[in-house]
Design a protein around this ligand. Structure first.
Ligand SMILES: [Zn+2]
Length: 67
């Protein structure tokens, strides 16, 4: 399984859309749990990292924060 390098500020495209219709979530905090904010409605969710990584379709790095 591919390990994703997740950082706060990155955006992820999920396989399943949020009920509001948006697939894009911004990472607020990445640890063993990941806190995400839906870019469509601003709703915050916390997912176990493993579960979250499985439902990520695409990771969009934040260009401002990549070194
Ligand atoms: Zn939403």
């Amino acid at each position: 399984m591919q390990i994703l390098k997740l950082d706060a500020g990155d955006t992820v495209e999920m396989k399943k859309p949020h009920p509001c219709g948006s697939r894009l979530f911004k990472i607020l905090r990445a640890g063993s749990d990941v806190r995400l904010e839906c870019t469509g409605c601003g709703h915050e969710i916390v997912l176990e990292r493993l579960k979250m990584e499985r439902s990520v379709k695409k990771l969009i790095k934040n260009p401002a924060e990549s070194k």
